[in-house]
Design a protein around this ligand. Sequence first.
Ligand SMILES: Nc1ncnc2c1ncn2[C@@H]1O[C@H](COP(=O)(O)OP(=O)(O)OP(=O)(O)O)[C@@H](O)[C@H]1O
Ligand SMILES: [Mg+2]
Length: 358
Amino acid sequence: MGLFSSNKDDNDNNAPKGEINSLGIDLGTLNTVVAKPSGDKFDLYQIPSVVAVKRDDQSSVLAVGEEAKLMLGRTPEDIIALRPLKKGVIESVVQAQALLMKAMEIGRKEKEKVGRIVIGIPGDSTEVEKKAAEEIGIKAGADFVLVINEGLASAIGSGLPIAKPNGILIVDVGAGSTDLVVISLGGITDIQTVRYGGDDIDNNIVKIVKEKFNVEIGIHEAEQSKINVGLVKSSSKDLENLTMETIGKSVETNRPEKVIIDSQLVSEAVEPIIAEIIVALNQILKRLSPELIAGVYHNSLAVGGGSQLRGLKERICDEFKIPIKISNDPMTVVAKGAAIVAAEPRALEPEVRLSGFK
Ligand SMILES: Nc1ncnc2c1ncn2[C@@H]1O[C@H](COP(=O)(O)OP(=O)(O)OP(=O)(O)O)[C@@H](O)[C@H]1O
Ligand SMILES: [Mg+2]
């Protein structure tokens, strides 16, 4: 058996090299990103991870991506818009397959066949979840499918030295979950997943605004305030308190009401999530072998949309004395890493990894 799952016979199973069409796909809770190698760059496409289905037959997918997102909250009662992934895990295979098919359709030219896809999945996925992702890739029409850990894909996509025997730490703060992954010699040596991410921060902001001002704001306004004035508590004095005005619905009068959300408020909403991440990182460091600590010190990287929160880097440095870097490409790096492996699957083979440090 080769690395890839395939709908071809076994002889063919180790995907062919060369000009075969390859795509890297990050099936995220909120966004699905497709990267297609094009010379030494990538063509990148992004769609919201949303599908519209019939309420009484949720395997009947009516629309996918942007089109489905537009239906959110605006559809007739018999149509509902859903996310096929929850907390980074595939909830509905049929819906996730529709999403993947759309992603592949966007990522290829007309009539072009997709030969090889590599899908990034969360670190703690079970064998069953892994198989489900492989299966939907084959069903969606790819000849060869490989599923790899998102943390590993991020490290490859960021150009970190994965083949070296030193440690690398990836902290991926996504919408539904945060993955902590340690990598050495091209393989995963430790993983810890926290089932909290940016979505939970948004929900907390809604809750705190309601408690403080007696005003209910929409989840999109909450997300916007997190993005615009967000902050993680830290010892740094350089991160100023920003403010932003938004409109919510007064609980007392049911009228629109202005509220001012500041960084302080968002940092309160972030705190329970950051506390979980700190617990998980403590566990990772407790298990980490002394051989890997210097590598982790030099090669720690935060990725995922949530890594852009101001103060995250400073807080991690306060807590762990690790000068973590924030990716300058946090939302597409998983898809890029997957695309690199799709174009050259041998990057993952032990002989190639080992030759990296001869
Ligand atoms: N500038 C920003 N500051 C803070 N958070 C941000 C920023 N930009 C995006 N986000 C948040 O990042 C999250 C989306 O990130 P990402 O696309 O990495 O998630 P995902 O891959 O879909 O989710 P998961 O990895 O959990 O499956 C959302 O919660 C979004 O609000
Ligand atoms: Mg992600």
